[in-house]
Design a protein around this ligand. Sequence first.
Ligand code: DLL
Length: 426
Amino acid sequence: MREDMLQPDIETMSRDQLAGLQLARLKEIARYVYKRNAAWRNRFAEAGVAPEDIGELSDLQKLPMLDKEGLRLAYPDALLCEDRQSIRELHMSSGSSGTPIAMLYNQDDLDQWAECMARCYRMAGCRPGDPIQITPSFGLFNGGFGMYHGARRAGLFVIPTGAGNTARQIKLARDFHTRIFTGVVSYGVRVIEELEKQGFDLPDLAIGIFGAETFSDSMKRRISERLGVEAFDIYGMTETGGVGTLGQDCPDHSGIHLWEDHYLAEIIDPASREPVPDGTPGELVVTSLTRLTLPVIRFRTGDLTRVLSRETCACGRTHLRLAPITGRVDDMLIIKGINFFPSQVEQALLEIPGVLPNYQIIIEETHGVKDVRINVEAKPDVTGFMVEKHLKERLGFSPKGDIFPPGGLPRQEGKAARVFHQPGAE
Ligand code: DLL
């Protein structure tokens, strides 16, 4: 019995077996959506394809892609493939641009979600009875409930604190010997601040599971060291069924294992929409093979990553590994001809000793010319010159900005907004 695997047979299945399973499931899900939903039939018809045209895995490319806009237009339930009576839960993305995206679940979908999440927990070293503190919010955001469903499946002792009230979170973690701490990445930073303020640590903590935001290597290092945990990067999104559905890194920390029996991954060039070879960065496109109420086929996630490896991992798992998500296709900033992602700014900032993981990237526009200011919190011995010099070395340009004392920048609940556009600058 391997304690670190929930389903060893599936998690270590040979690549050939996995491909066979994926093909069978792809054919099935194509037939299923076609039979169950008129909007899916129309989508297939517009692309000139029918479920019978899927003979091998590469035929996936004949199927039409679905993007966020398509899902927004389908709000609340135009792509529903199950009977209304069988629906058991709703989650929704907050949707920065107006109409949200809704995800509906029947019992099988909830079980599938719990299974994916529980695999992540076991992979991170969580064992039945371990106290787990779940700090993402419980509500329409999928983070809290997804981690809850998975923790029940994995037999953990659930402490469902939800978001906020950091002082109380720490008290509970001490009183109930929390071993596993979960949250959105920026909340890990909040907890560290509070611990430093209170002047103690949490000796029982061993595992930190964070996600929902880009998680640079420097941030991982900080969180691991200061919180005294092994930090794991968990991935998922509303559209694929929520947190953990797309996997997590294992103790080898050599990429995010994507649960390939449940999801088919493609990486495309976002401009041409053509597939790119393994190792080349691009946009992740995902097909859910086993979800029933609102399956997605060739969903353009907007997330940038690359396939790191399809070889068997040191942990024994065969499911492919993705690079940590570097950002979203539409996050890329172009300032004075230089392209960069907010995650690169974070990585560079945190390499400077004394700089704290709270920052703002402010895009300003004067007479049609864009410029960027980077405000950051830092300890008193950090100077503006040090920050500018390091950013120049790492990013190729030297943004202006201010240094704030620890706690000087505003705090946010939930996912942290890092990029702000000043009026007039778009
Ligand atoms: O953020 C699910 C989640 C909750 C993941 C808690 C991990 C922990 P959404 O609100 O739908 O769902 O946002 C999904 O967040 O497309 C990515 O852009 C980003 N994201 C999620 N996980 C990661 C990660 C949840 N590990 C969107 N690294 C996704 C980087 C992530 N970005």
